[in-house]
Design a protein. Sequence first.
Length: 255
Amino acid sequence: MPGADTPRVLILGGTAEAAALARALADTCSGLVAVTTSLAGRTRKPAALPGRVRRGGFGGAAALAAYLTEQRIAAVVDATHPFAAQISANAVAACAAADVPRLVLSRPAWTPRPGDNWVEVDTMEAAAGAVPRFGRRAFLTIGVQDLGAFAGLADIWFLVRLIDKPAGALPLADYRIITGRGPFTAAAERSLMEDHRVEMLVTKASGGAATAAKLDAARYLGMPVIMVCRPPVAPGTTVCDVSAALAWIRDGLRT
């Protein structure tokens, strides 16, 4: 068991990479580091994780800095979703204020492959503006927070995939909700798109293997993909896989 003087690592999580890092630390650094994984709390039943789990936001950069100091956090790994720009910005400011080393663990972005028909846009509003160009039935895999950008498309039917069923109605005129958590298969994604007669896929350039099958399915079907590009990665040391993050933490323990 970690003691009072054991270095403490805070993982800003909510991604498969964050969970994998927490498990890797439990497997390889047991007793050498105490791990806390922070989750935003948007998913109702997150997978079980080793170490401590904290749910809910911190309340801004100043509050996060205070938490780092009070909890004597030795290092922070920002392994949040590539589109979680606000928490990443808060982590930059908080770690600077508290003088805590910070690493960004950011999964590689998807890149177009031969046969893809991607329309890359910078904002969710631009994605909504592009939808009518490709038909009247769209498959949205963007999460629940950004759906408001599509509220004005009264003549579009949406298939909306979410991890959890929402508590209330969505801000869309005509839609059907399905729930699911990756990994998905290309065959299942093709069947889903064909069964619902969708004409386009709208998604974020999140990267990762768990949900990449929808891109394979769209390519197979010749379907356009409206791809919302990532915001810039937060400044600082960045790695793209769990093994590199693990090495960074181990190196820090030796100093």
